[in-house]
Design a protein around this ligand. Structure first.
Ligand code: SDX
Length: 428
C-alpha cells in the first residue's frame, strides 16, 4: 500500500497521507483536505468516515470478528467476567488477581447513591420509560458529585469519578426496576460481586435473603460482556462528541444513553420482543411478516436484523443464540417467541431480499428473549444494554481525553436559499 492517496481536482493533484491500523485497516487522512483544496468530504451517516484512531475495540464486519483490546469476544464471553472485561476496556490489560480484587472493592465502596436521589425516582410517573429515567438520573450524579465537573481532574480524581459511575449505575438500574413494579428498593451488599449484587438489588426481597441462581449470574455476565463496547457506534460517538466539548463524564454518558434509546440502535432489543409478540398474536405467520419487511411501502422493519458494519453474522448474536437455548433449558422455560424468532431467522437467511442486502441477526435479535427468561420486563431491556455498554462508553471517553482530541465539529454543504433581502411583515 502506498503512503499517500492522490486526489485530482481540475488540473491539480493533491497527495493525502494513508493511515494503516494494527489490523491493517486503511484510511485516507483528510484532516488537511480543506486547507489544501477548499473541498470537504460528504458522507451522510458517516458510513465511510473514521472519527478517530482507537486502541479499544476492533471489529471486522465482513469476517464477523469482534475483539476488546485484542481479546476475542468468544474467549471473553466464555472465560471472563463483566467486571474483568470492564477493567480490560478501561485500563487496557486484563487485571491480575490483586488488581481485580482492588477494582471490585473500590466499586463496592461506591455502590450507594445519595439518599436525596431517591426523590428523583418518586418524581417520575410510574409508567415512564426506564431509559428516560436512566439518562436523567445519570446526569444528575454531577449534582451530587460536583468534583466530576472539573475538566482538569488529575488521573486519580478522574478514576474515582469513573469508579463511582460504574458502581452507582447498577444501583440506579435496579432501583428503576424496583420503582416500576412498586417494590421497595434493595440496598447494595458488599459481600456480592458486581453482577450478583445487581441481580440481588433487582430481584431481591426486603423480607428474606434470596438465592441468586448461578445460571442467571453466568447468563447476565455473558450478556453484559457482549454489550460492553462496539467501537464508534451511534451512542459511543455521541459520548465522544459531548465529551469533546470538555463536558463532564456523567453528562457525556447521559447523552450516550439517550442515543442508545433509539429503536434503530439499542432500543431494538425491546422492539424485537414487541415484534415477536405481535407476530405470535397474529398467528405466527412468519412469511407474512418477512414480506412486510421487504415491502418498501410498508413501514415494518425486521427488528434485530441488519447492521451498519456486520455484513456477515454478528458474532455476539451467535453467542447469545446459543446461550438462549442453554438458559431457557436450565431454567425450564419454554418461550414460544423463541421458536418464532428461529423461524423468522431461518426464513430471512434464505430470502434473497435479506441475503442480497447482507441482513443477518444482530446482537438485539435474541438478547431480549434471555432478558425475559431472567425475569426482566421488556422496557428494561435497553437499560440493561446501557449497563453493559457503560465501561465501553467510559473507556472511549477516557481515550478521547487522553489523546487530547479536538472538539467535534463536522462541516456541511449548504443547499438553502442564497442572498434574500428582508421584507417587512406587512409586505409578505
Ligand atoms: C445496534 O453500530 C453498532 O455497532 C450498533 C450496535 C452496538 O453494539 O452498538 O451493534 C447495536 O444498534 C444493532 C442494530 C439494532 N437495530 C436494529 O435491529 C433495527 C433494524 N435494523 C435496521 O434498521 C438497520 O439494519 C440498521 C439501522 C441496523 C443499519 O442501517 P443502515 O446501515 O443505515 O442500512 P440501511 O438502513 O441503509 O439499509 C440498507 C438496506 C435498505 O434497503 P434498500 O434501500 O437498499 O432497498 O437494507 C434494508 C433497508 O431498507 N434494511 C432492512 C433492515 N435493515 C436494513 N430491511 C428490513 N428489515 C431490516 N431490519
Amino acid at each position: 500500500m502506498s503512503e499517500t492517496a492522490t486526489v485530482k481536482l481540475g488540473d491539480k493533484t493533491y497527495d493525502l497521507p494513508i493511515v494503516t491500523g494494527t489490523e491493517n485497516e486503511n484510511a485516507i487522512d483528510i484532516s488537511k483536505l480543506r486547507d489544501l483544496t477548499g473541498f470537504i468530504t460528504l458522507d451522510s451517516g458517516y458510513k465511510n468516515t473514521g472519527a478517530t484512531k482507537s486502541a479499544i475495540t476492533y471489529l471486522d464486519g465482513e469476517q464477523g470478528i469482534l475483539k476488546y483490546r485484542g481479546y476475542s469476544i468468544e474467549e471473553l464471553a466464555e472465560k471472563s467476567s463483566f467486571l474483568e472485561v470492564s477493567y480490560l476496556l478501561l485500563y487496557g490489560n486484563l487485571p491480575t488477581k490483586e488488581q481485580l480484587d482492588n477494582f471490585q472493592s473500590a466499586i463496592s465502596r461506591h455502590t450507594l447513591i445519595h439518599e436525596d436521589m431517591k426523590k428523583f425516582f418518586d418524581g417520575f410517573p410510574s409508567k415512564s420509560h426506564p431509559m428516560g429515567q436512566l439518562s436523567s438520573l445519570v446526569v444528575s450524579l454531577s449534582s451530587f458529585y460536583p468534583e466530576s465537573l472539573n475538566s482538569n481532574q488529575t488521573a486519580e480524581e478522574q478514576n474515582l469519578t469513573i469508579i463511582k459511575l460504574i458502581a452507582k449505575m447498577a444501583t440506579v438500574v435496579s432501583w428503576i426496576y424496583k420503582k416500576s413494579i412498586g417494590h421497595p428498593i434493595i440496598y447494595p451488599q458488599n459481600k456480592y460481586d458486581y453482577v450478583t449484587n445487581f441481580l440481588n438489588m433487582t430481584f431481591g426481597q426486603r423480607t428474606e435473603e434470596i438465592e441468586i441462581d448461578p445460571v442467571v449470574v453466568s447468563a447476565m455476565n455473558t450478556l453484559l460482556i457482549l454489550h460492553a463496547d462496539h467501537e464508534q457506534n451511534c451512542s459511543t460517538s455521541t459520548v465522544r462528541m459531548v465529551g469533546s466539548s470538555d463536558c463532564n463524564l456523567y453528562a457525556s454518558i447521559a447523552a450516550g444513553i439517550s442515543a442508545l434509546w433509539g429503536p434503530l440502535h439499542g432500543g431494538a432489543n425491546q422492539a424485537v420482543i414487541e415484534m415477536l409478540e405481535k407476530i405470535k398474536e397474529d398467528g405466527g405467520d412468519t412469511e407474512k411478516w418477512i414480506n412486510k419487511a421487504k415491502d418498501k411501502n410498508d413501514g415494518f422493519r425486521l427488528m434485530g436484523f441488519g447492521h451498519r458494519v456486520y455484513k456477515n453474522f454478528d458474532p455476539r448474536a451467535k453467542i447469545i443464540k446459543k446461550a438462549c437455548d442453554e438458559v431457557l433449558e436450565k431454567l425450564g422455560i419454554d418461550d414460544p417467541v423463541l421458536e418464532i424468532a428461529k423461524k423468522l431467522e431461518a426464513a430471512a437467511l434464505n430470502d434473497p431480499y435479506f441475503v442480497e442486502r447482507k441482513l443477518y441477526p444482530n446482537v438485539d435479535f435474541y438478547s431480549g428473549i434471555i432478558y425475559r427468561a431472567l425475569g426482566f420486563p421488556t422496557d428494561m431491556f435497553t437499560v440493561l444494554f446501557a449497563l453493559g455498554r457503560l465501561p465501553g462508553w467510559v473507556a472511549q471517553w477516557k481515550e478521547m481525553k487522553e489523546n487530547k482530541e479536538p472538539i467535534g465539529r463536522p462541516r456541511q454543504v449548504y443547499i438553502g436559499e442564497v442572498n434574500r433581502d428582508f421584507v417587512d411583515i406587512s409586505q409578505r
